[in-house]
Write a protein of this length. Structure first.
Length: 170
């Protein structure tokens, strides 16, 4: 029994399940509900941010990616091209690459847009009346950008999950 493999698989599968689940929940249910709530949605978004949603997701992603890369390294015998070129190796490799791209988009595009939108929404009440509509439009633009990126990230994550789920059987 290899304890390291067991621990890595528990980390990878556990953190990956929570990462994908939270990402899907946020994109499919939470963000649309926040947008439907109008100005009150800013309070919910701010509460989620205070509770660390935009920090927890990257931590889950990094744990998933780090343990996945380590598992791939072990399974492939140090990234041996023979394994990497096998059907199983390709499926794990493609799944990993999709997850890495999803993480990169989340960190570089989605997270900054949502954080800025939340910050502007909190400042909206104190904004001068002539600046409110411009600021509200910027919030809508940032939220739309974050939502669009979130949808794409979720597609990538579901595809990565599917590749990981079937890789051993190819």
């Amino acid at each position: 029994m290899n304890v390291l493999l067991i621990v890595l698989r528990l980390i990878h599968i556990g953190m990956g399940a929570v990462w994908v689940g939270m990402a899907l929940f946020t994109a499919v249910l939470l963000m649309p509900a926040i947008q439907e709530a109008g100005p009150d949605g800013a309070k919910v978004a701010a509460g989620m941010q205070r509770r660390g949603l935009l920090t927890i997701l990257p931590i889950l992603a990094l744990g998933t990616l780090g343990s996945g890369i380590w598992l791939y390294w072990i399974a492939s015998g140090g990234f041996d091209p023979g394994y990497s070129g096998s059907r199983t190796g390709i499926a794990f490799g493609v799944g990993g690459a999709l997850a890495i791209v999803a993480f990169a988009l989340g960190i570089t595009t989605m997270r900054p847009a949502m954080m800025r939108a939340n910050r502007l929404a909190q400042e909206l009440a104190q904004a001068a009346p002539q600046d409110r509509e411009r600021q509200a439009a910027e919030i809508r633009r940032l939220r739309a950008r974050g939502a669009a990126t979130s949808r794409f990230v979720n597609i990538l994550l579901v595809l990565a999950l599917a590749a990981m789920a079937v890789a051993r059987y190819l």
